[in-house]
Design a protein around this ligand. Structure first.
Ligand code: FE2
Length: 148
C-alpha cells in the first residue's frame, strides 16, 4: 500500500493522489509518496505504552438504529488502548476515515471539549475495509485497518 501525503497540510491518501487535496485543496503535485508518514510500532508483537496510546482502536457496531432502514454500520474509534491525553499542548487533532482506502471523512477534536474518540455512521457493504488514522499534535499519524 502506497502512502501519499499532501506537503501543504499533511493529509494522507493511499495508493493514488486525488486530483486535489480533499482537505486543503492543493493540486495533485502537492502529494508525495512518503512511506514514513504513518508511524508504526518498532515491534508489533511487543507494543510499548507509547504505541498503545496512539494506535486507534476500531469498534464496529452493526444496526445502531439511528438510520431506520438498517443499512447503517457504526465505526467507533478510540485513541488508543491506553487512552491518549487531551491537553492543550498534547492532544489528538483529528481522526480520518477511509473506506476501501479512499478518504471519506475527518473528525476534528478540541482538546478542551473532546475525548480522544469519534464515530461515524457509514453506508458500506460487507467486506469493506475501514481505516482509522489519527493525528497526534506531538507524535504524528497512526492508523488501524479492519474489515466490516
Ligand atoms: Fe501523543
Amino acid at each position: 500500500m502506497k502512502v501519499m501525503q499532501c506537503c501543504n497540510c499533511g493529509h494522507i491518501e493511499f495508493d493514488e493522489a486525488p486530483g486535489s487535496c480533499l482537505i486543503c485543496n492543493s493540486v495533485i503535485d502537492a502529494f508525495e509518496e512518503k512511506s514514513d508518514a504513518i508511524k508504526k510500532p518498532a515491534d508489533p508483537a511487543k507494543l510499548t505504552d507509547g504505541d498503545k496510546k496512539h494506535i486507534p482502536q476500531i469498534v464496529v457496531v452493526k444496526e445502531c438504529g439511528l438510520i431506520p432502514d438498517g443499512t447503517c454500520t457504526d465505526v467507533h474509534v478510540r485513541v488508543g488502548e491506553i487512552e491518549h491525553v487531551m491537553q492543550a499542548d498534547h492532544y489528538i487533532r483529528y481522526i480520518d476515515y477511509y473506506v476501501n482506502r479512499s478518504f471519506v471523512a475527518r473528525t476534528w477534536l478540541s482538546p478542551e471539549a473532546c475525548h480522544p474518540a469519534a464515530g461515524l455512521h457509514l453506508k458500506v457493504s460487507a467486506g469493506s475495509s475501514i481505516i482509522a488514522l489519527e493525528n497526534c499534535n506531538v507524535h504524528g499519524n497512526w492508523m488501524s485497518e479492519t474489515t466490516v
